[in-house]
Design a binder for this molecule. Structure first.
Ligand code: DPP
Ligand code: ZN
Length: 873
């Protein structure tokens, strides 16, 4: 397959002013009659995209074309001659939703007809110019059997409906907003719905409906509330109002992504809609709120202003992630949200940026665009918006955004359009900043400070480097905003006064590192400070500040910036763990450190605590994080062993405090998913996970009791996770009891699968293999694959990297099996092999062998081919 390149972009040769679709649903042969009002815009033939379609008829201006007037292959329909002026192109095609296991285009999910068109699924429904810069007004008439398929939905507003002969009926939808085909949606089936209303800031009433499979109506309350909060927030924070009379969401169980922002008709993976306290965890509730908001926010950043081409994907995704992060920050705890976002960035994006699949936030080439819905485009893309926000502040940022909406509403835009609007509206020069969009890799910032007691100055030096990434041996310096504070011995922030400034000002300053190296001198510094750098994580970089252990201990106790308190604690624990890993490898002795345990003790016994934050700060870095820090010849057993050892020693050191916090944090009264209660449960359950490895058996007993008595899924799952990691009859009994209770709930069964797949106990791989045969599992549902196989491959470092290669062979088998059904999900799973260079020669060889086996397989999809070959390169 040939790569597609940004530099080859040319505007479309034709415009499509109106689309009229007549769709007659049938599982095996859905008939699509399309009428496109077309107009020539530039040179070139009329070549429409189409895949897996049976072409039945082609007409131009009503005249049927003979087979000599066009050609069809597996990907295109080319019409040899078309009229010079406006004309109507009609095609009649048929497709088979029931055979569609790739879940792109029109497919069936538990008897519900459903579409997924982003990025290039519309071409599996009908022949079209399937590219985001072709925007059109859609009118869609859906016909189906009235009894079997009573609900017929598409984008926009319903304009007509009625009965037809033969027990059929129809509904016609009209979407007045021009949109690209990737935002088209159709959903049909025997669905129930819940309804609510929202009055917009200009006083228009909007009907809100969430559609679910019958019987799930009582599980939509939280999602509906989240939707209303998101609609209100976008009005207040960005001045953006909803634009149609109705907003619909449908929950389906088979879905490749989390959710999809189709105009007026969002389609969701049901895991991000359905929730009741006894079936959904706090994390599930938080994800529902965030994803509902994300898709809703796309209405302006994605739909009203869409992307010119798929290279601009970050234009809508990075920006919309930034917006949903801000929303969550306002709804819940801002510091905790920041910490979890940075955790996510480091866990997924940093390894991507440092490995064979590294690509810029705006990639310059791809083989399969579905492979570029990545942590780099989404999460790093959001960080780039956040950096601009940091540099100009909220008011000017809003001005820039207002100008962006004003200039480009109704258009298919580019990253340049966005940066120009921000630059003009917020009054900032983003010329150098733009490199962040085109250079891949994570820059490293080195910082060192020197205090001059005689002159009362503190000199901070910072420099930047960025290692080579595929196709990019050299990088130009980035524009890096670094928020800085200086903390005095009393733990308070100093007022900062830079050279050349008349008087001291704010206690946190944003310094701009724009060259390879920079120096800043602070004046009137009356005592030696501890520097607190990159506060709030103001740039997606790796900072090396050479802080001593005692400075880290100081910052984790005193930093006024919550993020940096957490960061100092993580760095302290990481340093300790790395020395323990090394000691295990060399047979030497590890450094001893009790600072982390002491911090835990102090935090847990403090009079006033923020439980959610404490839960974050006392959790140890993950095994994957440690592997990343080590970077080469990674020994997964040593990492696991060291982390367990530290966990146990902290538990022993602080057992009493953990027990007492465990009791104190118990939440009374009925379950509420709100952040305050969720924070208490989070802290309580981190305490439980420490107590499980504390001396004595009470930890396991506590977990068993919590598992029996839990009245909500958060506590139940936390206890089961502890039990699933302790060998013995209690483990089996708990897993069985959980299965018996929840076997009918497919979402809860996903948790049951994931817990077993991520267990550290020996024999886990065999258990995972057995579970692939279990009735609760099927390769045809992406959530099941992710719960069992992706969890094992990406979250169970210990067992995926089994020394003999059994984990690799198993996952490679599953990639190949899945590729025949669903290439998108198979390609994601292939990503589990991306960090093969981190490991020692034996494991490297075993991983390369499996990657080569995958890459060399006959009939591989473009999706898996691209990931496998790039990973090997
Ligand atoms: N549905 C995916 C998202 O919202 C792709 N647009 O990010
Ligand atoms: Zn999105």
């Amino acid at each position: 397959p040939r790569p597609i390149r940004l530099k080859d972009y040319t505007p479309p040769a034709f415009a499509i002013d109106e689309v009229n679709l007549d769709i007659e649903l049938d599982p095996k042969a859905t008939k699509v009659h399309s009428r496109l009002s077309m107009r020539r815009m530039g040179d070139g033939p009329l070549r429409l995209d189409g895949e897996k379609l049976k072409l039945l008829e082609v007409r131009i201006d009503g005249e049927k074309l003979g087979a000599n007037r066009y050609s069809v292959d597996g990907e295109h329909l080319t019409i040899f001659e078309v009229p010079e002026g406006d004309f109507t192109l009609e095609t009649v095609t048929s497709c088979a939703p029931v055979e569609n296991t790739a879940l792109t285009g029109l497919y069936l999910s538990s008897d519900i007809y459903c579409t997924q068109c982003e990025a290039e699924g519309f071409r599996r429904i009908t022949y079209y110019l399937d590219r985001p810069d072709v925007m059109s007004v859609f009118r869609t008439r859906i016909v189906a059997d009235e009894k079997k398929v009573p609900v017929l939905l598409s984008n926009g507003n319903p304009v007509a409906s009625g009965k037809l002969k033969g027990g059929k009926h129809f509904v016609e939808w009209h979407d007045p907003f021009r949109k690209p085909a990737y935002l088209f949606a159709l959903v049909a089936g025997d669905l129930a719905h819940v309804e609510d209303k929202f009055t917009t800031m200009s006083g228009r009433e909007v009907t809100l409906r969430i559609f679910v499979e019958k019987g799930n109506e009582d599980r939509c309350d939280y999602a509906m509330g989240a939707l209303k909060r998101a609609m209100k927030w976008d009005e207040e924070a960005f001045g953006r109002e909803y634009d149609l009379d109705i907003f619909m969401i449908v929950a389906v169980s088979a879905f490749n992504m989390g959710a999809m922002e189709n105009k007026g008709l969002n389609v969701f993976n049901d895991k991000y809609i359905l929730a009741l306290p006894d079936t959904a965890t706090d994390a599930d509730y938080a994800a529902i709120e965030a994803i509902i908001a994300h898709e809703y926010f796309h209405n302006w950043t994605g739909n009203r202003i869409t992307c010119r081409d798929w290279f601009q994907l970050c234009l809508k995704e990075g920006l919309t992630v930034f917006r949903d992060q801000e929303f969550t920050g306002d709804m819940r705890s801002r510091p905790v949200k920041r910490i979890s976002d940075v955790r996510l960035l480091r866990a997924h994006q940093f390894p991507e940026d440092g490995g064979p699949l590294a690509h810029p936030v705006r990639p310059d080439s791809y083989i399969e665009i579905n492979n570029f819905y990545t942590a780099t485009v989404y999460e790093k893309g959001a960080e780039l918006c956040r950096m601009i926000h940091t540099m100009v502040g909220p008011k000017r940022f809003r001005k820039g955004m207002d100008l962006y909406f004003e200039r480009h509403d109704g258009e298919a835009a580019t990253v340049e359009n966005f940066l120009d609007a921000l630059s003009d509206g917020a009054k900032i020069d983003l010329t150098q900043f733009k490199r962040w969009y085109s250079q891949s890799g994570t820059p490293e910032v080195l910082a060192s400070g020197r205090y001059d007691a005689a002159r009362k100055t503190y000199t901070l030096k910072m420099s930047q480097v960025c290692a080579p990434t595929p196709g990019q041996p050299m990088k130009e310096p980035y524009h890096i905003p670094v928020a800085v504070g200086l903390v005095g011995a009393n733990g308070r922030d100093m007022k900062l006064q830079l050279d050349g400034e008349e008087k001291p000002g704010a206690t946190t300053r944003v310094l701009h590192l724009t060259e390879r190296e920079g120096t800043w001198r602070f004046r009137n510094v009356t005592e030696k400070p501890v520097p607190s750098l990159l506060r709030g994580f103001t740039a997606p970089v790796k900072l090396n500040a050479h802080l001593k252990e005692r400075d880290l201990v100081f910052l984790m106790r005193h930093d006024s910036d919550s993020f940096n308190r957490w960061e100092a604690a993580q760095r302290y624990a990481t340093g300790l763990l790395l020395s323990m890993v090394e000691a295990r490898a060399s047979g030497g002795t590890a450094r001893k450190g009790t600072g982390f345990g002491e911090m835990i003790r102090d935090l847990l016994t403090a009079k006033k605590i923020d439980p959610d934050f404490v839960a974050q700060i006392i959790a140890l870095p993950s095994e994957q994080t440690l592997a990343q820090m080590i970077g080469r010849d990674v020994d997964v057993d040593a990492i696991h062993g060291a982390r367990e050892e530290l966990r146990a020693s902290i538990a022993a050191q602080t057992k009493d405090e953990l027990l007492s916090a465990y009791e104190r944090m118990k939440v009374d009264g009925p379950y509420r998913p709100e952040a305050e209660d969720a924070g208490r449960r989070a802290l309580r359950n981190v305490c439980l996970s420490y107590l499980a490895v504390a001396p004595g058996k009470d930890g396991a007993a506590l977990a068993a009791a919590q598992f029996r008595e839990a009245d909500n899924m958060t506590d139940s799952i936390a206890a089961l996770t502890v039990l699933a990691n302790i060998e013995g009859p209690e483990r089996i009994a708990a897993l069985d009891a959980f299965y018996k209770r929840w076997q009918k709930n497919h979402l809860v069964m996903d948790k049951w699968l994931a817990i077993q797949a991520t267990s550290a106990l020996p024999g886990t791989l065999d258990e995972v293999k057995r579970l692939t045969q279990h009735p609760a599992f099927t390769m045809k549902n992406p959530n099941k694959v992710r719960a069992l196989i992706t969890s094992f491959a990406s979250m169970n470092q210990l067992h995926f990297h089994d020394a003999k290669g059994a984990g690799y062979a198993f996952v490679a088998d599953k990639v190949l099996e899945l590729d025949k059904l669903n290439p998108q999900v198979a390609a994601r799973l292939t990503g589990a092999f991306r960090s093969w260079r981190q490991f020692g020669p034996k494991r490297r060889k075993l991983m390369v062998k499996e990657l080569k086996r995958i890459a060399g397989t006959e009939g591989l999809s473009r999706d898996v081919y691209e990931i496998a070959t790039k990973t090997l390169a």
